[in-house]
Write a protein that binds this ligand. Structure first.
Ligand SMILES: *Cc1c(COP(=O)(O)O)cnc(C)c1O
Length: 367
């Protein structure tokens, strides 16, 4: 069966590889893992994911509800800024509500019952290659910096959340930062039930020292008598999806440029935001060099420059790798372009198109 492009293709076998590493960390360390839905909310594979993870964490009421309804298990609800209506709604189903500031905690601690309450801390250390994504950047609004205020509110809390990493694949950096947190916050942490260390650990990367990582987590949990949580987003789904496109035109302006039936701006937005090139398996293999670009009218809608084995022509298929995290959750209707369908290669090898989008979805997105 040939599926009409464009479509995102999620591969459950590749997903399973990540999930098994998460499972291993859970078993070796005792730390629970909750999926960060802001990275990946494509719920057609949640039945598989929930066998290997402990629940979800979220950035908003709607994400929290999706986690509760479609993933199940533990529902952690965090938001940078709750309204009272949000808190009333999440309190209906969330196991934990994590506030971003002392003022939100004070304002909503009664409304939030019976959920367990947590507070996000900004430990003023971080690991990130991008200022845009650095929770400890100058004037950051993400989490509480005032340790005294934290200590003063401990009676309202059952736990703390630290999220201060972004794609950290450096175990030594992780280890020394965890030591810093232990030194700085140990006296507070030992009075609590749980600590979430957030996401941004790239522990599913090939070659990452999973056993050392787990041991470090287990030692921390034991020292302070807390249940640890990790909130993997990218590391849970890394490498498990492609964006499959077709060439619709080839033009020339000093270089050959292949235009495909998808768009960076609309369908892989993070590449533009972080100024990264798309990835392609088996690229740089052949003699034919092309700029591959999207079909939106944005001049900089460019996936990257790649070498192909064969000349590209209208109808040639181009697959962009690593299209699961921060892609589908950010897709948009800019230019009214055809929205890529969502397809899944199930564990048994069968490919299922789980969602197609059409003109009515575009129309109904606005009014
Ligand atoms: C973004 C985020 C995550 C997930 O981060 P990844 O880098 O995708 O693992 C987890 N927790 C919080 C609070 C976040 O903001």
């Amino acid at each position: 069966m040939k599926i009409a492009t464009p479509y995102y293709l999620i591969d459950e076998k590749k997903l399973l590889r990540n999930l098994q590493i998460i499972q291993q960390v859970r078993q070796l360390s005792g730390a629970k893992s909750v999926l960060a839905l802001k990275c990946f909310s494509t719920w057609c594979v949640f039945d598989l994911m929930q066998k290997y993870m402990d629940g979800t964490t979220s950035s908003s009421l709607f994400e929290a509800r999706l986690g509760y309804e479609k993933f199940g298990k533990e529902t952690h609800a965090y938001c940078v800024g709750y309204s009272e209506e949000d808190v009333l709604a999440v309190a209906q189903f969330a196991d934990k509500i994590i506030f971003n500031s002392v003022s939100q905690l004070e304002r909503y601690c009664n409304t939030a019952k019976p959920a367990k309450l947590g507070l996000r801390v900004n430990p003023q250390i971080s690991y990130s290659h991008f200022d845009l994504a650095d929770p400890a950047r100058k004037n950051s609004r993400l989490g509480v910096t005032d340790k005294k205020a934290l200590a003063d509110h401990i009676s309202l809390l059952s736990g703390l959340m630290f999220h201060y990493n972004c794609e950290n694949d450096d175990f030594a950096a992780f280890s020394s930062q965890l030591d810093t947190i232990a030194d700085e916050y140990g006296d507070i942490i030992q009075q609590l039930e749980w600590v979430s260390l957030g996401g941004g650990y790239y522990f599913t990367k090939e070659g990452y020292p999973v056993e050392k990582f787990s041991k470090k987590l287990a030692e921390f949990a034991k020292t302070f008598g807390v249940q640890l949580y990790l909130e993997p987003g990218e590391s849970a789904i890394t490498g498990c999806a492609e964006l499959v496109t077709s060439v619709v035109d080839v033009v020339h302006n000093e270089m050959d440029i292949a235009i495909v039936d998808a768009s960076v701006e609309a369908h892989m937005l993070d590449l533009l935001i972080y100024r990264l090139s798309a990835k392609m398996e088996n690229d740089n293999m052949g003699d034919y060099k092309y700029i591959v670009a999207g079909r939106s009218c944005l001049a900089g809608d460019v996936f990257g420059t790649f070498q192909f084995k064969d000349q590209l022509e209208v109808g040639s298929e181009i697959r962009f790798a690593d299209a699961a995290g921060y892609t589908m959750v950010k897709k948009n209707w800019f230019n009214g372009l055809q929205m890529p369908a969502i397809a899944v290669r199930r564990l048994n090898g069968a490919i299922e198109v789980v969602r197609r989008f059409d003109y009515l979805d575009f129309m109904n997105n606005l009014s």
